[in-house]
Design a protein around this ligand. Structure first.
Ligand SMILES: Nc1ncnc2c1ncn2[C@@H]1O[C@H](COP(=O)(O)OP(=O)(O)O)[C@@H](O)[C@H]1O
Ligand SMILES: [Mg+2]
Length: 275
């Protein structure tokens, strides 16, 4: 079984996945898609670019040339676009934060009136908490809209205007692997930060799944399966799914759970590709 690992930045995750794949008996080749064009038709492709578009086109290319891709292009697109994720999840009856989709700054301010302040305003694309804003009042919202309007990217003119799910600064991250949820953890934002991204310095703690794991399994199925991570906000009114990541990072989860997460993912992928 040959597995091509396609990446753009070789993080700890990519190195550990390559090790796990070899230990699971795969022949692994690596392709840096930031340096080389897409080529060949390997049996199985593990899609790991950090850039959503690089990941999407990598997956689209290899799935159209007959390779098994993890994740499939539909999954990468659905998870990579927060509007699409929210619609897929709520369409399946999975609880999500109360949200309005606004296609211009003006519409975002109107959504703000309807949702009420404080609120969260975020673009449909992005990661590591970038541009995810806690907006305290209409004046601050106008400032954010003005800044977004100056960024020459059509997607950044789209605003997801959301209720603030209290308590802020804490969420549950679960890993979904082909229908199973092997591990979850709690992420807690550092002092002075309201977003609980590990990339922003959040601390991680072990957490045994329960209701969160069940929600994560439903959310992973809703975006089309594969290997994804699911972020859940433990709101005072019940848990809601905040987002799904189609190229998940899992260094924090490996630390919190003490499990060989890359090994678990790699052996599941090898079995999946052998089917
Ligand atoms: N509606 C919300 N209510 C409370 N906290 C939120 C909300 N949306 C986002 N956050 C916080 O901000 C962090 C980053 O937001 P998220 O939508 O996951 O974007 P990213 O893809 O950049 O991680 C979340 O992990 C969470 O801590
Ligand atoms: Mg997130």
């Amino acid at each position: 079984m040959e597995v091509l690992l396609a990446y753009d930045h070789p993080r700890w995750e990519e190195k550990e996945l390559a090790r796990g794949l070899r230990e699971a008996g795969a022949r692994v080749s690596m392709l840096n898609v930031a340096r080389q064009p897409l080529s060949g038709s390997p049996g199985c492709v593990l899609v790991r670019p950090v850039s959503m578009y690089r990941a999407y086109y990598t997956s689209l290319y290899y799935s159209s040339t007959g390779s098994t891709t993890v994740n499939r292009p539909e999954v990468i697109r659905a998870a990579g676009d927060k509007v699409e994720t929210l619609l897929l999840l709520s369409g399946r009856g999975i609880p999500v934060p109360r949200s309005m989709i606004a296609l211009t700054g003006e519409a975002a301010l109107a959504a703000g009136e309807a949702i009420g302040y404080p609120l969260v305003d975020k673009p449909p694309i992005g990661s590591w908490g970038r541009l995810v804003s806690l907006v305290r009042d209409p004046g601050a919202h106008r400032d954010i809209v003005e800044h977004r309007d100056m960024i020459p990217s059509p997607q950044l003119q789209v605003h997801i205007v959301q209720e603030v799910v209290e308590p802020v600064g804490v969420d549950v991250r679960c890993l979904y692997v082909f229908g199973e949820v092997p591990a979850c953890m709690v992420r807690r934002a550092p002092r002075g930060e309201w977003r609980s991204n590990v990339a922003r310095g959040a601390g991680v703690e072990p957490f045994s799944g329960g209701e969160a794991a069940e929600l994560a399994a439903r959310a992973g199925d809703a975006v089309g399966g594969g290997v994804v991570s699911v972020d859940i906000l433990p709101g005072s009114g019940g848990m809601v799914v905040n987002e799904v990541n189609g190229v998940p990072e899992f260094r924090g989860l490996a630390r919190a759970s003490g499990l060989d997460i890359p090994g678990i993912i790699a052996s599941a992928i090898v079995s999946w590709c052998r089917r």
